[in-house]
Design a protein around this ligand. Sequence first.
Ligand code: DGY
Length: 382
Amino acid sequence: MSKKEWKTYHPSGGKRVVVTKMLPGERWLEILFNAGCRVEVCLSQDILRADEIAAAIGHRCDGAIGQLTEDWDEVLFATLKAAGGRVYSNYAVGFNNVDLVAANRHGIPIGNTPGVLTETTAEMAVALTFATARRVVEADAFMRGGHYRGWLPTLFLGNLMKGGTVGVIGVGRIGAVYARMMVEGFKMNLIYFDLYPNKELEDYIADYGEFLKSRGEMPVTCTRADSVEAVLQTADVVSLHPVLDETTRHLINTARLNLMKESAILVNASRGPVIDEAALVAHCQKHPNFRVGLDVFEDEPEMKPGLNQLANVVMVPHIASATGWTREGMAMLAARNVAGILQGYPAWPDQHNILPFLGRNPPPAAPSIVNAEEVGVPAYSA
Ligand code: DGY
């Protein structure tokens, strides 16, 4: 295995920060320089193994920024702690790759990057919905293959979204924005499942329904289902937005796929293991009118055998948050998490209001520390 190339920025910085992938933009580096950090960045695009990350941490490391493709577990946190590490930030909003119990045991604050990828990720879920509903990828391949002989009444028939029912499982930040985009944009009725009701979303859709009525149009409706099954049975398109944990691993399995309509659409831009991917392949093979849009995969970067042979599946390589603005924003938030803790700042308490951290004069706080309470980082108060 070849040795990965690393580059050091601001070598005179007194605090050493290890970053396992080059991040976009320049502001994140500036933030770390201004906090007195020397920054060592891995330039390789290969996913680093745990032993390579541990070697990079070495004997002295104050903080680290890592990726969702790396397992930050007991061994890495013990290594970071022994090297004098005081903070780790994931370059992602999701942190299922981080062993929080281990981080808490070692007293290491863990950062993530919420708020800047909500709309971006929801937009990709919408893109996958329509790419599958209207068979955009199949039709594109048809054109490129030189098969188009002229307009036909039955060429690439797809599914109309307007007036149908959209199902959302998990209406946190991203799920709720996807729901609104589909309801407002395409006048779909919403059915959702979440452990907690989303009153704000329900009120918004009720108001929008009244607005439509006042214009003489059919109002839209919002129903909170009491089970995942009810959503799957009812909806024409289902988008998955739960966090990945032991309760949501293989949430979508053979039995639940069998509950879905024959020509339903299933979209996943959350985490791959939420779907039993082998079961999904079998279901799609049996039901050619069932369509699927995937941004994430159970064993990334691998795909289960047969998945890439299916015409009724559209796939993109985990790029739902991949816009320049979002990825630069994520880099700034990860840098501010690390810089903030290394400067002794408290934790910002409001994850719904993270945008001040993208400006030039952010509050003196670490924007998003998910275990602040557990590791004793006080909350910021103005
Ligand atoms: C995240 O931040 O969790 C996303 O999956 C990255 O796109």
